[in-house]
Design a protein around this ligand. Structure first.
Ligand code: FE2
Length: 370
């Protein structure tokens, strides 16, 4: 017996196996039916433990990018702003060898966002994509978003033409799933179906936002930790379905990147609740100032435009992002692979010893190549 129920504007169907899926006709009309979101109540996982020993692949990279941008390929590299965001053409992600993937991780640490055009990654299937992501770190499992069956590691974004979208949510700038203990680094987002215009992703360079603060203000932020939580989101969006228990964790408000040794503001407009050890009003004063600073510096913003075949990668440690919700009436179907990096730390000395060692060696190679 199938039980029909409505979530948003879309009808989902609960099968006899308890798995919630799109109705049959959606599987017939979808361009990528195996990527439609499903919710399997038997897929539950314990709270994510701290996983010590993470080493960023960017630490092993050749800083001359001799594999990713080899002399015999016809690649084009277009920097989207002077310090933040790069578009790459004529490089196929699915063909990269491990050395090129290491250089991609370095490029992401340095540029924050990299847009690839005309990709075939989305045609390579679930298992290939999973393994592609796993190269960069363990994959995050989202507590309540839809995922392809048997692949809870993918976060599916799916809107039908009759789904309501609320453009007022445009300022929900965030860094993904920052309530976890070990938070995301390299993040891969690919489009399967989408509107011819609209649905851009807005990115903000949270590293330069930090660097532009005065030395006295940086001093004020030193040692502050922010509490990030998905407890409310789990209750509102989970609808009773949760793969992992709701989580709240605090992380330094300023975190250092192990690859570049540069610091960035680390918080979300939506999932960051307060700064520890301050009165609510004091906490709001600082977070409110940072929210305002971020929006007031458009030279640190970029909009990634989506076309079929586009894959955008970003490093969740050094930028914020938000979807632009201006595509009501169109279908949009995307997937995200979220790889977990180190547990955030503020100071270089707080990184794990072997990471510090590799990071210093990379800096030597960077100095030689510059
Ligand atoms: Fe996001």
């Amino acid at each position: 017996l199938n039980i029909q129920f409505i979530e948003g504007m879309v009808n989902y169907v609960k099968g006899t196996d308890g798995v919630k899926r799109h109705p049959e006709e959606d599987y017939k009309s979808a361009k990528y039916p195996e990527w439609l979101p499903t919710w399997d109540p038997t897929e539950t996982f314990p709270a994510q433990p701290e996983n010590k020993g993470f080493v960023d692949r960017g630490l092993f990279a050749d800083p001359t990018y001799s594999n990713l941008f080899s002399n015999d390929s016809k690649f084009e590299r277009i920097d989207l702003t002077p310090n933040f965001g790069t578009e790459v053409r004529s490089v196929q992600l699915s063909q990269l060898n491990n050395s090129a993937k290491d250089e991609l991780a370095l490029l992401l640490a340095e540029r924050g966002v990299v847009v690839f055009r005309n990709q075939d990654l989305q045609d390579k299937g679930l298992e290939f994509n999973k393994q592609f992501g796993e190269y960069f770190g363990p994959l995050h499992i989202h507590s309540f978003s839809g995922a392809p069956e048997k692949y809870p590691q993918f976060h599916i974004v799916h809107r039908s033409p009759d789904d309501k979208v609320n453009p007022k949510k445009v300022t929900s700038l965030h860094t993904d799933v920052n309530w976890e203990v070990q938070t995301p680094g390299v993040t891969i987002f690919a489009i399967l179906e989408g509107p011819s215009t609209g649905g851009d992703t807005l990115f903000v360079d949270s590293q330069t936002v930090y660097e532009r603060l005065s030395p006295r203000f940086k001093k004020l932020l030193e040692g502050l930790s922010a509490v990030h939580s998905n407890v409310i989101a789990s209750n509102v969006n989970g609808n009773g379905f949760l793969r992992t228990p709701p989580a709240a964790n605090s992380h330094p408000l300023v975190r250092i990147h192990p690859v570049t040794q540069k610091k960035a503001i680390y918080f979300s407009y939506k999932f960051t609740e307060e700064l520890e050890g301050l009165d609510r009003e004091e906490s709001e004063l600082i977070l409110g100032f940072l929210r305002q600073r971020i929006l007031a510096q458009p030279d640190l913003h970029l909009r990634a435009r989506w076309e079929l075949g586009t894959v955008v990668l970003w490093d969740n440690r050094r930028c914020l992002h938000t979807p632009i919700l201006d595509f009501e009436g169109s279908a949009r179907h995307c997937y995200r692979i979220t790889t977990l990096a180190e547990t955030p730390v503020e100071k270089f000395e707080d990184l794990e010893d072997h990471v510090k060692e590799l990071s210093l060696k990379l800096q030597e190679r960077l100095n030689i190549s510059n």
